[in-house]
Design a protein around this ligand. Structure first.
Ligand SMILES: Nc1nc2c(ncn2[C@@H]2O[C@H](COP(=O)(O)OP(=O)(O)OP(=O)(O)O)[C@@H](O)[C@H]2O)c(=O)[nH]1
Length: 534
């Protein structure tokens, strides 16, 4: 049975804000955190954790103290402007809300033409999210242009056009409910040119569906070095997604072949486990997005059920475990979009994003980092509804007053003024190196992806390579890093400092992805934030 979010967050936040030996133990003891830290991108053994946290006091004191580029913490009481009688006890309200259906963000990934849109469009239709009339209309229109099979895919495309005011509030395109959960569906383009967009989508995801084209030659094309299957899977895992369903799609075109399903499950399963997914959190479901088989219902007489006795896609989706929400941590929201004018009025600026940690309420003061200017939350929408407060995990659109729009840019993080996020140009990260052709050497230029931000940077120092199995240092000051290696490196931003936290302090803001020439070369976690010149 799935854990309730409230129980989970109580566990995670117990050591928040300070770094003590308890924290180290806490990380080691907690099953999910251990898994996250060990396997997310790093794929290291237990001992590595000790290396990463060898000097916890130092790392954390640097991390939680603003570094030299950042204005010192403004002396503000964030709730000062709200009369005590109007203040919301967010934690109490949140506890009430968690008794409702748990909310999860789900990203759908996979190689180009794997059938992601058709699958999800049909899935939403089968769940009653799309009317019969709409589908019939799409079928007629699709037939007119000779693409009748695209009718279901248009369900998602149309929603894209309907995005309110043309802003991309997250990249959410749809939402749906299952028996026990509420899902926001995040769209992820399959084409490799769009991988940066996919990263910002996946950065907001709790869980994923990986869609595989099971037809002859197509699974293989997606799975080889140039395909996106492996890259997408590695990316979402590196971004913190632990639970994934593999939808083995288009099996209708393979006469519902069990040997083909088994072959894909075996090959992909081996790879995904190496990539850091835990077997118990990976589930393979045979489906057809086109015919709708095994999405929500099982058709009597379909040859699939001669050998498949497992769950439908929706049954499996309903069993995703609610993610851990960092409710007790200082408020953080990485800005994914912003525009002039407020929700329903012309004054102020509106800011969209997903709350990474903590909570906020209308009337509360927040600080935009970098820059350090303070604004007050005038109105808020949470998951598309008007709200008076929002908490970790919520997609938020808020109007701020007192904040100049010039203070906002892609990568701005809104924080509680008492504990702003550190800003730095230099940091130490532990990386796992992907399937690269040219080894990484000192001075290697990269594009650093952090949340929705991508910035030019360089790997300025190769500190050590690390043994994946034992976590021990293999070599200090290595001359290069080759594919598959795990290493500690120092990274420096080329143009400007960015808001960053250590992975230990904030899992979302403590992950980075390194790309070069349109390919992902490495992913990892921030272990130490350095001041300028260090
Ligand atoms: N036989 C069969 N064809 C399918 C199935 N699902 C999708 N297709 C076909 O595969 C093609 C690609 O489907 P899309 O849904 O557009 O694929 P996609 O993964 O969303 O594509 P991108 O967004 O471009 O990456 C279309 O011609 C679909 O009709 C399926 O279950 N069975």
């Amino acid at each position: 049975m799935s854990k309730q979010p409230s129980q989970q967050h109580a566990k995670v936040t117990s050591g928040q804000g300070k770094s003590t030996d308890e924290d180290v133990e806490f990380l080691e003891d907690d099953d999910d955190n251990q898994m996250d830290f060990d396997m997310a991108a790093l794929n290291l053994g237990e001992k590595k954790l000790k290396i990463a946290t060898a000097k916890p006091k130092k790392v954390s004191s640097i991390a939680s103290t603003p570094v030299s580029s950042q204005p010192s913490s403004p002396k503000v009481t964030p709730l000062a402007k709200i009369p005590p009688s109007k203040r919301v006890d967010v934690e109490a309200e949140y506890a009430k809300r968690t008794s409702d259906k748990a909310k999860l963000n789900m990203v759908v990934i996979g190689h180009v033409d794997a059938g992601k849109s058709t699958l999800m469009g049909h899935f939403l239709y089968a769940l009653g999210q799309v009317s019969e009339k709409t589908i019939r209309k799409y079928e007629r229109e699709a037939q007119k242009i000779g693409k009748s099979s695209f009718a279901y895919a248009w369900v998602l495309d149309e929603t894209g056009e309907e995005r309110i005011r043309g802003i991309t509030m997250d990249i959410a395109t749809n939402s749906f409910e299952t028996t026990s959960k509420q899902f926001t569906l995040l769209d992820a383009p399959g084409h490799r040119d769009f991988i940066p967009n996919m990263i910002s989508g996946a950065a907001q995801a709790d869980v994923a569906i990986l869609v595989i084209d099971a037809t002859t030659g197509e699974f293989e094309a997606g799975f080889d070095a140039n395909g996106q299957t492996k890259e997408h899977a590695l990316l979402v895992r590196s971004l913190g997604v632990q639970q994934m369903i593999v939808a083995v799609n288009k099996l209708d075109a393979m006469e519902w072949s069990k040997p083909r399903f088994d072959e894909i499950t075996a090959k992909l399963g081996t790879f995904l486990i190496q990539a850091g997914f835990r077997k118990s959190k990976l589930h393979f479901v045979p489906v057809s997005g086109l015919t709708g088989e095994n999405l929500v219902k099982k058709t009597e007489g379909c040859p699939l059920y001669d050998w498949y006795k497992g769950q439908t896609l929706v049954e499996r989706v309903d069993q995703f475990e609610p993610p851990v929400r960092l409710l007790d941590k200082p408020f953080r929201m990485a800005v994914s979009d912003f525009f002039k004018g407020g929700i329903g009025s012309s004054s102020g600026v509106s800011v969209a994003g997903r709350i990474d940690a903590g909570h906020v309420q209308v009337g509360e003061q927040v600080v935009a980092i970098p820059g350090g200017e303070i604004g007050v939350i005038k109105t808020m929408q949470v998951n598309d509804d008007t709200a008076t407060w929002g908490a970790a995990g919520d997609s938020c659109l808020m109007t701020l007053t007192g904040l100049d729009i010039m203070q906002l840019s892609s990568g701005t993080v809104l924080c509680t003024p008492a504990h702003p996020v550190p800003v730095t140009s230099t940091f130490i990260a532990q990386l796992v190196v992907f399937d690269i052709k040219v080894p990484i050497t000192s001075g290697f230029p990269i594009i650093l992806h952090h949340q929705s931000l991508n910035e030019p940077a360089s790997i300025v120092k190769l500190i050590a390579t690390i043994d994946k199995a034992t976590g021990e240092i293999i070599k200090k000051n290595p001359r290069h890093l080759s594919k598959g290696s795990t290493a500690t490196v120092r990274i420096k931003l080329d143009n400007r400092p960015i808001p960053l936290e250590t992975f230990k302090d904030n899992k979302d803001l403590g992950r980075v992805m390194l790309r070069k020439g349109g390919e992902t070369v490495a992913a990892g976690v921030v272990t130490q934030i350095l001041t300028f010149g260090s």
